[in-house]
Design a protein around this ligand. Structure first.
Ligand SMILES: CC(C)[C@H](C(=O)O)[C@@H](O)C(=O)O
Ligand code: SF4
Length: 756
């Protein structure tokens, strides 16, 4: 055993070590992926890639697919099929495409007639597909949710989805270890959502960049699994690669008996292994944050970034008190967008809509918590006049359980709209959206501009706070509604509790056989080695467009309505859509990319940090590329955006903020920059000083040579097969139903070596 494996290790270190298939110690490691969740938005291009290369899905038994983002949440009573039910053509096309792909590639699929259908991050844990100690990925940033089980779970882009489908592995660099400890006792009325909003407010949306964030301390140890999921869910909002809570008896109790979880003797073996995973007492964390539970009160967001938080007892900030000009203008911009005056009391903010749902807060505990607030107001409690409040359970099973408990009746009696499962107004890829100017108290996770609908205004809150806002028509301290002692009054408001196992009665079954296609699925693509399908990047000379903003999120780079495409191309006009088109008239604005000479920009120079934060949508780099931009220079990038860019031949260059400012000035003067990846330098006009930069050696090599990751990984097939044999021997519960120790041969083992 190497020395590093005997030194004290964190939970993350241990999961990482157990999943390395190959590492040369320098480049990224090839890690094995135990569980892959798939949804309709980020998978069509990945399946298309497999189809074009004649590749199969390597481990259908470890892959689970559902539809969630596009599905309407209207009653399915008259549902006959997706074609008939989904009227919006692009949403329909994505759902139909997934239905065809799962058949063609032979995958387990919870479609719209399956009561197990729901938000991908809700159904994985619900089914016991999510297990401790595993690596879990999905083409979705909130894959971090599954870290609540002590799994290394993170979002990936579509190119990586294709990589995992084809190889069941990913090329990854190890992140740093960060720990957030919250000790003490939470005050009455303070929930896991408040804890996480508070943490994001403290560390910022880039606080966890490059890190895996473990949550420790008495507060998380005492939390139930659903609360832990809400916390880990939003670790991506803190910029972290993943969130983690050590698995313990609470975890095991939650999982035992779930359809996809191991049972019998395998269960005992699995639990014995899971107990070894917690961070060693003397393990070292690169970053430590300590928080006192007593400092946290019900928390809401006032602005357009999840870090814009305030206690419900507080007020909207005043930009005049902020010295840093970028931060000040950011706050001014947020307040303008949110239609708020500085120093307004948070409790004086009136709302138009309430959304209870999303992968953060749509589970049974969340619904119970909202229902308790309604019950505490007595039988005549009513949603405030002029407020529309909707409740969207995270899965069909949660909906059934809530109905068995009578929660739907409590909500309906008070005037809430009770809907079918899906992502719904968290993102509004389906018909559930805010209208321009509408203000919403939402239990979701992102309050970016236009997130819930163009011009819509989002305040993130807990389910209890959302229910309170629905009843009063404004952001309200839920503690006032629950009385002095919320726990006591909540207990007074009795709910008829049920067991989830009354509903989890559909047995897990082996995935169906793929539909055979001539010479394609299952037959592999011998010889399709290091593909040169990625666009090469050597040197790039051109106009640089300056963008003086920080925390530019991918919702802003490309809004949701453009994620419905089945292609990777044609997205240039969608780039920064909300900034480039006047929402009222549709006319072009004076945004930098609409002005000459920047309509021909090949480089984007951003002066603020954390470019590309938020969603994992690879559509962000696709739209930049389609516009003609091949290089983005910024002080820092969000992890997923950076990887997605590299996968597409778009070069992200990190430079200190002062140098970004200098280059932005060149851009403002209309000067060209020349980005030379070979020499790792940026040459400027007018004899201005050349600026050096650094790009990780492996990625530089791939960009310079146009090498795509799948081709490289297929050359490691022998190592992958050996890993799978060991996995079956040591952790047999990870092989899914129908796995016979055979995988589709995607590439011939032992083909040419590769210098990575
Ligand atoms: C569609 C998907 C790429 C996206 C994500 O990665 O988060 C979505 O789920 C979101 O919440 O914005
Ligand atoms: S964040 Fe919203 S849109 Fe994204 S997966 Fe979760 S519920 Fe769906």
């Amino acid at each position: 055993m190497p020395a590093t494996l005997t030194a004290p290790r964190t939970l993350y270190d241990k999961i990482w070590d157990e999943h390395v298939v190959h590492s040369d110690g320098e480049g990224p490691a090839l890690i094995y992926i135990d569980r892959h969740l798939v949804h309709e938005v980020t998978s069509p291009q990945a399946f298309e890639g497999l189809r074009n290369a004649g590749r199969a899905v390597r481990r259908p038994d470890c892959t689970l697919a559902t539809v969630d983002h596009n599905v309407p949440t209207a009653s399915r009573k008259n549902f006959t099929n997706v074609e008939q039910f989904i009227s919006e053509p692009d949403s329909r096309a994505q759902c139909v495409a997934l239905e065809q792909n799962v058949k063609e590639f032979g995958l387990t699929y919870f479609g719209m007639t399956d009561r197990r259908q729901g938000i991908v991050h809700v159904i994985g844990p619900e089914q016991g597909f999510t297990l401790p100690g595993t690596t879990i990925v999905c083409g979705d940033s909130h894959t971090s949710t599954h870290g609540a089980f002590g799994a290394l779970a993170f979002g990936i882009g579509t190119s990586e989805v294709e990589h995992v489908l084809a190889t069941q592995t990913l090329l990854q660099r190890k992140s740093r270890n960060m720990r957030v400890t919250v000790d003490g006792t939470l005050a009455e009325g303070v929930t896991s959502k408040d804890v996480m909003l508070y943490i994001i407010g403290r560390v910022g949306t880039a606080g966890g960049t490059g890190c895996v964030m473990e949550f420790g301390g008495s507060v998380f140890r005492e939390m139930g699994m659903e609360a832990r999921m809400s916390v880990c869910n939003m670790s991506i909002e803190a910029g972290a690669r993943a969130g983690l809570v050590a698995p313990d008896d609470i975890t095991f109790e939650y999982l035992k008996g779930r359809p996809f979880a191991p049972s019998g003797e395998l269960w005992d073996r699995a639990v014995a292994h899971w107990r070894t995973l917690a961070s060693d007492a003397d393990a070292k964390f690169d970053i430590e944050v300590n928080i006192r539970a007593e400092d946290i009160v019900p928390t809401v967001t006032w602005g357009t970034s999840p870090q814009d938080v305030a206690p419900i007892t507080g007020q909207v900030p005043d930009p005049a008190t902020i010295a840093d000009p970028i931060k000040r203008s950011g706050v001014e911009r947020s307040l303008k967008y949110m239609g708020l005056q500085a120093n307004t009391r948070i409790e004086d903010i009136h709302i138009d809509k309430v959304f209870i749902g999303s992968c953060t807060n749509s589970r049974i505990e969340d619904l119970r918590s909202a229902a308790k607030v309604v019950l505490a107001r007595g039988p005549d409690a009513k949603v405030a006049p002029n407020v529309y409040a909707m409740i969207v359970p995270g899965s069909g099973l949660i909906k059934q359980q809530a109905e068995a408990e009578g929660l739907d009746a409590i909500f309906k009696r008070a005037g809430f709209d009770w809907r079918e499962a899906g992502c719904s107004m968290c993102l509004g890829m389906n018909p559930d959206q805010l209208s321009p100017g509408e203000r919403c108290a939402s239990t979701s996770n992102r309050n970016f501009e236009g997130r819930q609908g163009a011009g819509g205004r989002t305040h993130l809150v807990s389910p209890a706070m959302a229910a309170a806002a629905a009843l009063t028509g404004k952001l309200t301290d839920v503690r006032k509604l629950m009385g002095q002692n919320s726990r006591a009054s909540a207990e007074g408001a009795k709910l008829k509790l049920t067991s989830v196992f009354d509903f989890l009665t559909d047995k897990a079954t082996a995935p169906p056989a793929p539909i055979a296609r001539s010479g394609a699925v299952g037959t592999g693509a011998p010889g399709s080695n290091a593909g040169a399908s990625m666009l090469k990047f050597t040197t790039l000379k051109g106009i640089a467009a300056p963008l003086k903003m920080g925390n530019v999120d991918t919702d802003l780079i490309i809004p949701k309505q453009f994620l419905k495409t089945l292609k990777r191309t044609g997205l240039g006009d969608a780039l920064f859509f909300a900034l480039r088109k006047d929402p009222a008239t549709g006319a072009a604005t004076d945004f930098v990319l609409n002005r000459e000479p920047y309509t021909k920009a090949k480089i984007l120079v951003v002066t603020g940090p954390n470019f590309g934060c938020g969603s994992s949508r690879e559509h962000a780099p696709w739209s930049l590329m389609d516009f003609g931009i091949r290089c983005v220079i910024a002080p820092s990038f969000a992890d997923i955006f950076k990887t997605n860019s590299m996968q597409n031949g778009l070069l992200p260059v990190v430079l200190p903020a002062a140098q970004c400012e200098e280059l932005a000035k060149d851009g403002e003067e209309g000067l060209e920059l020349e980005v030379d990846l070979e020499r790792q330098e940026i040459r400027r006009e007018k004899g201005r000083e050349t600026i050096p930069f650094e790009v990780e050696a492996f990625r530089r090599h791939c960009l310079l040579n146009g090498l795509d990751d799948i081709g490289l990984t297929l050359q490691k097939d022998r190592e992958v097969v050996a890993f799978e044999r060991r996995r079956t021997a040591e952790w047999p519960w990870l092989d899914g139903l129908g796995y016979a120790g055979q995988v589709a041969a995607n590439a011939k083992a032992g083909s040419k070596g590769m210098d990575w």
